[in-house]
Design a binder for this molecule. Structure first.
Ligand code: AMP
Ligand code: ZN
Ligand code: ZN
Length: 467
């Protein structure tokens, strides 16, 4: 008996040893994915939310039918490329991350920023993008042409990045990103990658979003690119293993030469220094700020002038030294020019972020997302805490709210607002029907008792025994 137990123990130990040995040996060959699933964030610049309703986009629709669709997203003011891309990866409003516009002036450093001259770290260091913060969790990261990718932010870059090159095709960008995400067999792939593509923004500017023929061509190309992305991820064995978020920075609206606001009709250009022009102009008056402001305040019925300190709180655009003393905001579809009557872009963005035409969308798919789920709206700043949660990264302080996106995730307990409202309405309806029924019965009951008593009395009257 004792001998049999000893033999079993020996065999067990041997098997355990072999199992551990096999794991160690296979581990030296290939490192399997550890921790949460990797995350790929893709931005298609200038993808207005309602393009999804106006154009077919079969690949994109098939992607979010297996995952989540956020129908529209309230982005940050100003609704331009650089501020919103930095908000997506920091969770901060422009006043907090410091990338206020495409053209900026910093009075502290006396430096100028333009999107074609943007790699000076001082502009970006007020915040830290996720591809840097995630390095502290021991992850590898990648940033493919995302605004800020090639900047030494807090003295670091993503593990992999490419300097901006507008001529690099979507296929080449996706090829590199999938290679980085896959790893090389010996080392684990990147845990977080951000990928940027210029379309459909370019088409939207050139023709305007109301040009259905040209937009449908542009969006067909975007949808083909999404198809390419899916098939590349499938070929790399990543599809279904990683989480993918596809989103954008802003929408687009139609402009017209009939909707020009000419500044020189109100104020000569010698009176101010122009930092940015349209649809949100930033001005530094050369002398009397109040006098300049008074002239601009009544300049055009489709343009609102603000002194820096009176910029509405809801825009989150006041508390930064890079905001100039006066800003002018054009109404939707209006273009500010200094002089002349030339309209350079038939479509534009940058307007008030409360306008639906300025809103992008979001689609997400992968093991951490619910399937076939739809929500009406979230904010651009909410994506950062969601991504940190998905990656188990300790995020930096931000303006986003995780509870806004909790329902998008599989296996999360959440208050599904439409469901809760539906339940409350259902219960209220049931209660009121029951109350009405009881009232009705209550009114009928005494009547029937009276009938019954009357019948009884009548019966008694007829009872010969009682006579
Ligand atoms: P906008 O429509 O003016 O807000 O900016 C969009 C344009 O910014 C794109 O069409 C690109 O030409 C340019 N752009 C995007 N990313 C970068 C980058 N990382 N560096 C320089 N230019 C960029
Ligand atoms: Zn953009
Ligand atoms: Zn644009």
């Amino acid at each position: 008996m004792l001998g049999r137990v000893k033999r079993m123990l020996l065999v067990g130990t041997l098997l355990g040893f072999l199992f551990v040995l096999a794991a160690v040996v296979s581990g030296t060959d290939e490192v399997g994915p550890t921790g949460p699933p990797p995350l790929l964030l893709v931005s298609f610049d200038g993808f207005r939310a309602d393009y999804l309703k106006r154009f077919p986009m079969p690949n994109l629709k098939s992607l979010y039918s297996q995952g989540v669709l956020v129908e529209q997203m309230t982005n940050v003011f100003v609704t331009k490329t650089f501020p919103n891309h930095y908000s997506l990866v920091t969770g901060l409003y422009a006043e907090s991350h410091g990338i206020m516009a495409s053209n900026m002036y910093d009075p502290d450093t006396n430096k100028h920023f333009h999107i074609s001259n943007n790699t000076d770290p001082s502009w970006w260091n007020e915040a830290e993008p996720l591809w840097i913060t995630a390095l502290d969790s021991g992850y590898k990261t990648a940033a493919m042409m995302w605004p800020g990718s090639d900047v030494l932010i807090h003295n670091r870059t993503a593990t992999h990045y490419f300097s901006y090159n507008p001529h690099m095709t979507f296929r080449e960008r996706v090829g590199n990103v999938t290679k980085w995400m896959k790893g090389d067999g010996k080392e684990e792939g990147v845990k977080f990658a951000a990928l940027y593509w210029e379309q459909p923004d370019i088409t939207g500017h050139r023709y305007g979003p109301e040009n259905t023929t040209m937009m449908s061509q542009g969006l067909k190309e975007v949808d083909d690119d999404i198809g390419l992305l899916i098939s590349e991820l499938k070929m790399a064995g990543l599809w279904g293993q990683i989480n993918v978020i596809i989103t954008s920075d802003h929408g687009m609206t139609q402009c017209s030469p009939d909707r020009l606001i000419q500044l020189d009709k109100c104020l000569g250009p010698d009176n101010y220094t122009l930092v940015d022009l349209t649809p949100v102009a930033a001005l530094i008056p050369k002398q009397n700020t109040t006098a300049v402001f008074n002239l601009l305040k009544n300049c055009h019925s489709h343009m609102t002038a603000y002194l820096k300190e009176s910029i509405p709180e809801r825009l989150h655009y006041r508390n930064n030294h890079r905001v100039q003393p006066i800003i002018l905001v054009a109404d939707e579809g209006w273009t500010i020019v200094q002089t002349g009557n030339v309209l350079h872009r038939l479509g534009d963005h940058g307007y008030d972020n409360s306008l639906p035409s300025m809103h992008p969308f979001l689609a997400a798919v992968g093991p951490s997302f619910r399937q076939g789920y739809r929500i009406g709206s979230i904010e651009t700043v909410d994506i950062y805490p969601l991504m940190c949660h998905l990656l188990s990264v300790n995020g930096r302080p931000n303006n986003g709210t995780l509870s806004h996106t909790r329902c998008m995730m599989a296996g999360e307990k959440c208050w599904d607002v439409p469901l809760v409202v539906g339940l409350v309405v259902g219960v209220l309806l049931l209660l009121s029907s029951v109350t009405v029924l009881f009232r009705f019965l209550g009114r009928r009951r005494p009547q029937s008792i009276r009938d019954f008593q009357r019948l009884n009395i009548d019966d008694d009257d007829d009872d010969p025994l009682l006579e």
